[in-house]
Ligand binder design. Structure first.
Ligand SMILES: Cc1cc2nc3c(=O)[nH]c(=O)nc-3n(C[C@H](O)[C@H](O)[C@H](O)COP(=O)(O)O)c2cc1C
Length: 168
């Protein structure tokens, strides 16, 4: 898909079919994340690909927002690896860029997706036995949307560029 099409056709999917995603596509999505820039190229990201019944049940304990997707990525970041200076660290920023790459590559491959921040971090850490230094940053449910899954009204509500851009 052309990049223009990817960014114009992407929308948050909130209703998924049971259909599984080819391994090949999942790998391409993960590789796209791996190509993301990170501060000092430290690559602090840690990605959990959750698709087992047991794993998806754990996701559902931590978040109401999987929307029945058959695969859910947990994008996490290792605070011990991320670039930092004093109390400042890029661990979240790095993971956001990785997640954005993966979200757009999923769209490019025709795999529907959504970015989720509504989850209980402590439950997620506990359920997936994450080390103390690993911080879950966001979830990305992946799959194929149902025929009646449409963009939410919010999707088409965008500020005018004049409200958010200033030329100096
Ligand atoms: C940082 C971030 C957090 C989000 N968290 C949630 C969430 O927890 N639950 C949800 O249903 N959608 C979530 N979304 C999706 C947004 O609601 C959605 O992107 C926004 O309304 C614009 O719609 P669109 O993605 O269809 O263009 C999140 C999106 C972002 C970027």
């Amino acid at each position: 898909m052309e990049f223009e099409k990817v960014i114009r056709e992407r929308f948050s999917a909130r209703k998924f079919k049971n259909d599984l995603i080819d391994e090949d596509k999942i790998n391409k999505i993960l590789e796209a994340g791996n190509l993301a820039p990170t501060a000092k190229n430290n690559q602090p990201q840690k990605i959990y690909v959750v698709k087992s019944k047991d794993g998806l049940e754990k996701i559902d304990k931590a978040s109401p927002c999987r929307y029945k997707a058959p695969v859910c990525l947990i994008v996490a970041s290792d605070k011990n690896i991320a670039w930092s200076k004093g109390t400042y660290s890029t661990f979240e920023m790095d993971a956001y860029i990785v997640a954005t790459h993966m979200m757009l590559e999923a769209t490019n491959l025709g795999v529907d997706n959504i970015w989720i921040e509504m989850f209980d971090k402590n439950i997620l850490k506990q359920e997936f036995n994450m080390d103390e230094n690993i911080e879950p940053i966001c979830l990305i449910p992946l799959g194929y949307r149902t025929d009646d899954c449409k963009p939410s009204p919010m999707h088409n509500s965008r500020k005018d560029l004049s409200e958010i851009v200033e030329y100096k």
